[in-house]
Ligand binder design. Structure first.
Ligand code: WQD
Length: 333
């Protein structure tokens, strides 16, 4: 099959492209390069530079490459920014998806994998979040992902398109240093950034109702996440008319404090963390039940938090070689 990967020049998309091609599928990347990097796209994979709002270019690309399945990752993904610029998020994440689904159904594509997020759940009041846990997103970002799922399912049902909505939990790590996340908007790179300038990592609140008082999340290695896309792509291609909604996590909660301790062990930079105020909107605990993905796809995460941090650190050092030289001071600023 030939898969169009929108957002394939992004951090997660580039991993999906590699996983699909390694599994013997043909890939074409479609990316507006607003945050994606052309050098992340393998030389033998065609790159079409364009927006998911460009119906013409999408239609021509689907036809020219005889695309049979789409993995849609192209989207805006900053929670805070989505609060400030909600209309931009609705335009890119919801209208962009609607235009894409229009082109996809017109071109007779059979399979569609959608990049969704644990952000659809908001503040889930359960130990393990299942796909039946009510969705109550807290940000426009989370809303656009939930609305996106509705569009995908409705268009799928109407057009006989086999669909999978994959709800990613907290993604970290890299398959290779050059594929690492270059953004500094999630816990692991934020801790790296603080350590690099010899500042203590910050814990946004240590008074949560969790065992050590810090927030608990379900971290998943981007390589495992990419493999979940391959498994979903295969499941859709094998059985037309499917309509899957799946959590993609490990089912294991790790606290912010534990993550910071792991980073200290991996990097050798063991600065005590500084406890600051809670970040508004952070739920205490969000951990996936990964049972449905295991049952439906036969997929299970293989990498642990140590693998995530080790590979992310190798990527960080490539971009910030000075980080290797920062001396341990062991003092809380
Ligand atoms: C994890 C935990 C922070 C930095 C968000 C989105 C989600 C997905 C991933 C999109 C929280 C704490 C962080 C720091 C800290 N987004 N923290 N000190 O908020 O769970 O999920 O990103 O694609 O939809 O909601 O991830 O990595 O920002 O934070 O204490 O310096 O680490 O408060 O508890 P989050 P995160």
């Amino acid at each position: 099959m030939t898969w169009l990967i929108t957002g394939g020049a992004g951090y997660i998309g580039a991993h999906v492209v590699r996983a699909l091609t390694a599994a013997g599928e043909r890939a074409v990347v479609y990316d507006d390069l607003s945050t994606g990097l052309a050098q992340r796209v393998p030389a033998d994979v065609p790159l079409v530079t364009g927006s998911t709002l460009d119906a013409d270019l999408l239609g021509r690309t689907l036809t020219a490459h005889a695309v049979t399945g789409v993995v849609h990752l192209a989207a805006k993904k900053q929670v805070g920014e989505s609060v400030e610029r909600p209309l931009r998020y609705y335009r890119e994440n919801v209208e962009g998806l609607r235009v894409l689904l229009d082109a996809v159904t017109a071109a007779g594509v059979r399979s569609f994998v959608f990049s969704s997020s644990a952000a659809v759940y908001g503040t889930p009041d359960v130990d393990l979040v299942t796909e039946e846990t009510p969705c109550a997103p807290l940000s426009p970002y989370g809303e656009t992902k939930l609305a996106g799922e509705w569009l995908v399912r409705a268009a799928g049902r109407a057009a006989g398109l086999s669909t999978a909505c994959l709800r990613y939990f907290n993604v970290a790590g890299a398959a290779a240093p050059e594929l690492a996340d270059v953004g500094v908007s999630n816990l692991v790179p934020m801790v790296f950034e603080r350590l690099t300038r010899d500042a203590p990592p910050r814990i946004f609140g240590a008074d949560y109702p969790t065992p050590d008082g810090t927030c608990v999340r379900d971290y998943i290695h981007v390589v495992d996440l990419a493999e979940a896309h391959v498994a979903a792509a295969r499941a859709l291609a094998a059985a037309p008319g499917r309509d899957l909604t799946l959590n993609i996590g490990r089912g294991e909660g790790v606290s912010v404090r534990e993550m910071i301790d792991h980073v200290g062990a991996v990097t050798g930079h063991r600065r005590p963390a500084a406890i600051t105020a809670r970040r508004p909107g952070d739920p205490a605990r969000v951990v996936a039940s990964a049972d449905r993905a295991a049952a439906e796809l036969g997929w299970k995460a293989r990498h642990d938090v140590h693998d995530m941090i080790t590979s992310a650190w190798a990527g960080w050092l490539r971009l910030h070689p000075e980080a290797a030289a920062v001396r341990e001071r062991g003092v809380t600023a």
